[in-house]
Unconditional design. Structure first.
Lengths: 47, 531
């Protein structure tokens, strides 16, 4: 948008990177063996 | 009975079918469905948030323009609205972006549920297959719950990042603002409006951008730390020290331009008061010329600031001669300040001399117009010795020509002093912190006459005070010493600048009272040439 200060874009890109990194960390945490075991136990997938 | 049995059998069959569907269809599927839906919910939240931040049209928030800031930021502490500048991203736009992303996510989740409800409403008989319908319901519930949980986590994380950035930002703002204010306080800087009828004084003037928009509070803050962006797109400095170097400073009260250097240079306001015809204008003009010569002699400089001050300074050179005539100050006009820039080795200062017509000091109603008296660094009281009743009485008989030649002030000095001092007290002026220079003028005419017996050209403050007491001005002298923080008496001749060949001021120079008051205001001018 015309007139919008350039630092708005810089902050937005920074926040987007934070979100993507946080998502990646979340996936890694969920995929980790101990967490996966607990989830499988809770959902009854382990027999 | 056969019909009843048939119905029971059908019901049993339906129940058995439902049981089979739940056990063999829903049972094995739901854990995987739940995990998949939850993953989709998390992905949705992250994707919409990133889309909103990167400006994808469907999800992006509208820019928070300067005109909309009044509703988005806390109210200002001044009488002016928010300045026409873009706010920093952290304080308005970030909230708008997060709000838009959250609304976009909620809209998509709501659309999933609305689609399911719409399907059932279109085909109500589908409810018969409710065990099968549990599959999309479980998926939607997992999707919604995961989206809500991910929303809390991701938005909380983003909010935390913004909060940390805002704290760092405010620390920078505080440091810049403190540094800016500290330097100006050390310099004793203020912005004095020199325009007649205004004379407003403040530490924070307004500044005008090149586009014409006025910024009433340029200091570092929510609109920018080191720089701010005007609505027109131009970058402006935020500190007063920086803004004064590049922008036009304006009076906060009348909106007119201030002198260059206002609010960043040491600012000294010295009103000269006294009755009409006492010799105030001549003291100011001759004092300015003397001050200019003296500063030149001690390695400094004096320059008039502004066209009016330059014109007055040019006239002062003509007036400050023994044959120079002083024009009577017009009592019908508001007094304008004569502003000069004093450059010394370690300090540059703006000196505003206010010379109002004596009639304005004569009664309290008219004194209300003299707003420059509200905030001064000191005052000069011009005392015409020929208007002292004891002196006039001594001369009236034997030396009437001398009395007439002196053109004495019509009003006795005591009356003029008392009216002005009382008015200042009424205004709440803290006289006890102010210095008062009492200039006993017309020394060139007085010295040598019988009433001046015992008074010499090099009389010091104590000698002049003793002489005034001898002329029955005890009440006025005592009153001045009681009212003001410091009082010094000067015997002055405004006939000429009273400087020697080197330019240094002599003992009766009209610059003497000004030099003393400047010294009391933190602008000490050396009396002799250094070295």
């Amino acid at each position: 948008v015309k007139g919008v200060p350039p630092h708005y874009t810089a902050f937005r890109v920074l926040l987007a990177v934070v979100v993507v990194v946080a998502l990646a960390v979340l996936v890694m945490v969920v995929a980790a063996e101990p967490v996966r075991m607990v989830v499988e136990e809770l959902l009854g997938l382990r027999r | 009975v056969p019909q009843l049995l048939g119905a029971v059998a059908a019901l049993a069959l339906y129940a058995a079918g439902c049981y089979i569907a739940i056990v063999y269809l829903v049972g094995p599927v739901w854990p995987y469905l739940l995990v998949g839906a939850a993953g989709a919910g998390v992905l949705l939240v992250a994707a919409v948030l990133v889309a909103a931040l990167l400006g994808v049209p469907r999800f992006a928030a509208d820019p928070v323009r300067p005109a909309a800031l009044a509703d988005r930021l806390p109210a200002t502490r001044t009488r002016f609205p928010r300045d026409p500048a873009w706010a920093n991203y952290l304080f308005a736009q970030s909230r708008a972006d997060l709000r838009a992303a959250a609304a976009g996510t909620a809209e998509l989740v709501g659309r999933v549920w609305r689609a399911m409800v719409r399907g059932v409403r279109a085909e109500p008989m589908a409810l018969v297959l409710w065990p099968v319908l549990l599959i999309p319901v479980i998926a939607a519930a997992g999707f919604t719950a995961a989206a809500a949980l991910a929303g809390v986590l991701l938005y909380g994380l983003v909010a935390a990042v913004l909060a940390v950035a805002a704290v760092g930002w405010l620390a920078v703002v505080g440091a810049l603002r403190g540094g800016d204010a500290g330097v100006r306080r050390l310099r004793r800087a203020k912005a004095t409006c020199h325009h007649p009828g205004c004379n407003h004084r403040s530490t924070l003037p307004a500044f005008r951008c090149a586009c014409g928009r006025v910024h009433h509070d340029i200091r570092p803050g929510l609109l920018g730390a080191a720089v701010r962006r005007c609505e027109c797109g131009r970058l402006l400095p935020t500190t007063v020290l920086g803004a004064a170097a590049t922008l036009t400073a304006l009076c906060q009260a009348c909106g007119r331009p201030l002198r260059p250097g206002a609010a960043v240079l040491t600012d000294v306001v010295l009103p000269v008061f006294g009755p009409a015809s006492a010799g105030k204008t001549r003291l100011v003009l001759a004092g300015m010329v003397a001050l200019s010569r003296h500063l030149g002699a001690v390695g400094g400089a004096l320059d008039p600031v502004g066209a009016e001050s330059k014109a007055t300074f040019m006239d002062a050179g003509e007036v400050a001669r023994p044959d120079g005539r002083t024009t009577k100050t017009d009592a019908g006009q508001h007094p304008a300040a004569i502003t000069v820039r004093l450059a010394l080795a370690r300090r540059t200062a703006l000196l505003h001399l206010f010379d109002a017509a004596g009639e304005l000091y004569a009664d309290r109603e008219q004194s209300r117009e003299l707003r420059f008296l509200d905030d001064t660094q000191g005052l000069v009281f011009v005392l015409d010795p020929f208007s002292i009743p004891a002196v006039a009485d001594d001369l009236r008989g034997p030396l009437p020509d001398h009395l007439a030649a002196a053109q004495p002030a019509a009003e006795p000095p005591e009356d003029s002093y008392l009216i002005t001092a009382q008015w200042l007290r009424d205004q709440g002026a803290d006289l006890a912190r102010l210095p008062l220079a009492v200039a006993v003028v017309k020394a060139d005419l007085l010295l040598g006459l019988p009433p001046a017996a015992g008074l010499t050209a090099d009389a010091d403050s104590a000698d002049v005070e003793a002489w005034l007491r001898a002329k029955h001005l005890d009440n006025m002298v005592d009153g001045a010493q009681r009212d003001f923080g410091a009082v010094r008496f000067h015997l002055v001749s405004s006939l000429d600048p009273g400087t020697d060949v080197a330019g240094l001021v002599g003992p009766t120079s009209p610059a003497r009272p000004l030099l003393w008051l400047l010294g009391r205001s933190g602008v000490a001018v050396p009396e002799v040439v250094a070295g």
